[in-house]
Design a binder for this molecule. Structure first.
Ligand code: PEP
Ligand code: MG
Length: 572
């Protein structure tokens, strides 16, 4: 029987495929004694073999997809499984103390994790994360819990999960992962952002999808409207939707190689792409991107088992800058913390991690780590125009200190005889209301602003961007947000600086007329939104967007603002 559920369309496109249920039940270690020691040992040994086979497979896939270096991670994991000392310890607990297998492994693993984790050495801290990863897989097998490996999927599926972490999303191969549908999340969650850069449809915030599907069900998803149908009754309806999606894409084709010009000939707006890795540059260029407005450098850190070295980072940044062929590349410094964690670094536990030790607050506190990144960025700037952008800036002093640190690193490089680009710009994200309100003062020091609406909205409305329960407060079109945008853009212009936006709002068709009217200069979005944005700009004159923005700033509610936008666009 077919079941229809509605969620939030998070990445456009239509997909129909078998479900792949990623149901990672939490591990609960049982406390019972082993009743049959031999059977317990046999189960543990069989589980070790299964985990070993997984790791061998993962190694082969990682070698093909990600290169030799990443594949070595799985080799290291396999060697943990083969470590005789550890195996001896948990076997002894089972034999001598009647421990059940899961408890024995967990106790020994925890001892090693604590021991490595406490060492003041990054190498050993990484080993702690490795032991945790491997032994969790092993315990899942011992307890007969499902073990998911997204990288090993080798047939066309739609992934159904509670949530997908950024690193899980990064494992997906778009050839087989045709889309995903999750219980939680919205348009600005990182799973959504990754889906758009992989160009696969996604519907999030479905709340009950995981409990509604079962093995072998077929799922149809519409990543624009958020509609999902389990075991679709009428496949023709979905085929028609897929064709319509294709037709709309074809219509936008004519904008691929056109420049960005408004109906009345204004040609200074710039449409750029957001990327998470050097391989995303191709999508930006294919979609007619005029620059990279946001390179989220944290993916270099998250998709890794150690803090990337200066050389590793330099190679990645240089590649992006070179591939962009003279177009501006804005690279954001490490924005970690909040929902973005590192497997090899333990952040302090905090009540409100989104308001805590993250992004610039972390990097300026750990200049040893920050320096590698800044040096790599400065070196890459010798290969083309680069903007270095600091995330989560709240105070002018914070920006000035980060800028000074960058200039000190630059002086150091120059003293070493290392080239640094002449076109370097140093700017900041405006994603904390304090920065928007005080934009005029920041603009005296920053070369540019880029508004991070994903965070700016959550902090302004005090509404967690990941929470389904308060998603009604996530209102990009609320006049309070528009007023903050106006202050930011006017503040930049007053001091001759440019203002961009790299939050998801920049690519929203309803937002573009308003942003044009407010005078936003650069619009950075998922590569797949660029052509649509260009087509919208081509339909509008500056004067009519300015009139729209002025009226919108006087509105009381989101609904009133959207009505103004829809009224204008319905005449186009
Ligand atoms: C933002 O906050 O709008 C932004 C672009 O940064 P992120 O989504 O990575 O937090
Ligand atoms: Mg942000």
């Amino acid at each position: 029987m077919s079941i229809k559920i509605n969620g939030t369309g998070a990445s456009n496109g239509i997909a129909v495929a078998k479900v792949y249920i990623l149901d990672e039940q939490p591990i609960v270690i049982p406390d019972n004694k082993a009743s049959d020691i031999e059977a317990e040992l046999a189960n543990v040994n069989a589980s070790i073999e299964k985990a070993k086979t997984d790791l061998e497979n993962l190694q082969v896939i990682a070698r093909e997809k990600l290169g030799e270096e990443k594949a070595a991670i799985f080799e290291a994991h396999a060697s943990i499984l083969q470590d005789p000392a550890m195996a001896e310890e948990f076997t002894a607990l089972i034999k001598d103390n009647n421990y059940n297998g899961a408890k024995a492994i967990s106790e020994v693993a925890n001892k090693y994790i604590e021991m490595f984790g406490a060492m003041d050495d990054d190498y050993f801290k990484e080993r702690a994360a490795d032991v945790k990863d491997v032994t969790e897989r092993l315990i899942r097998y011992v307890l007969k819990l499902p073990v998911a490996d997204l990288a090993t999927i080798s047939e066309e599926v739609i992934i159904v999960a509670e949530d997908l972490t950024p690193s899980q999303t990064a494992q997906l191969n778009p050839k087989f992962a045709k889309g995903f549908a999750c219980n939680v999340g919205g348009r600005t969650s990182h799973a959504a952002i990754m889906a758009r850069s992989l160009e696969i449809p996604a519907v999030l915030g479905l709340k009950t999808i995981l409990s509604s599907v079962k093995e072998n069900d077929v799922l149809a998803i519409d990543g624009a409207t958020g509609e999902v149908e389990i075991n679709p009754e009428n496949k023709d309806v979905w085929n028609k939707k897929a064709e319509e999606f294709k037709a709309e894409k074809a219509l936008l084709e004519e904008f691929r190689n056109k420049s960005t010009v408004t109906k009345d000939g204004y040609d200074k707006f710039i449409l750029e792409g957001n990327i998470g890795s050097p391989k995303d540059v191709a999508g930006v260029l294919e979609n007619g991107g005029e620059g990279v407005g946001l390179f989220r450098s944290e993916f270099l850190y998250m998709d890794n088992d150690h803090f990337p070295t200066e050389e590793e980072q330099f190679a990645a940044y240089k590649q992006v800058v070179q591939d962009m062929g003279g177009k501006l590349t804005v690279i954001r410094t490490l924005d970690i913390g909040g929902d973005k964690k590192l497997s090899y670094f333990a952040f302090p536990e905090e009540m409100n991690p989104f308001l805590g030790y993250r992004a610039i607050r972390f990097t300026m506190d750990r200049k040893d780590i920050f320096k590698d990144q800044i040096r790599a960025l400065l070196r890459a700037s010798a290969f083309g125009p680069v903007g270095i952008m600091f995330p989560m800036i709240a105070t002018v002093d914070e920006f000035k200190a980060a800028k000074q640190f960058t200039l000190d690193c630059k002086a150091e490089l120059e003293k070493e005889g290392v080239a640094v680009g002449a076109d370097l710009e140093i700017g900041m994200m405006v994603e904390i209301p304090a920065a928007a309100v005080n934009a005029e003062n920041f603009a005296k020091h920053a070369d540019f602003f880029s508004v991070g609406t994903n965070d700016l909205i959550q902090y302004t409305m005090a509404a967690d961007r990941m929470s389904e329960n308060v998603s009604y407060l996530y209102q990009p079109y609320n006049p309070s947000i528009l007023r903050l945008l106006k202050m930011t853009i006017d503040g930049a212009h007053k001091h001759g600086k440019w203002a961009g936006m790299c939050g998801e709002m920049a690519g929203e068709p309803d937002a573009i007329p308003l942003l044009m009217g407010l005078g936003l200069d650069a619009y950075s979005m998922s590569a797949t939104s660029i052509l649509k944005a260009r087509s919208i700009m081509a339909k509008l004159t500056l004067a009519e967007t300015q009139e729209l923005a002025n009226k919108a700033l006087e509105c009381e509610t989101t609904e009133q603002v959207l009505e103004l936008v829809h009224n204008l666009m319905s005449t186009k």
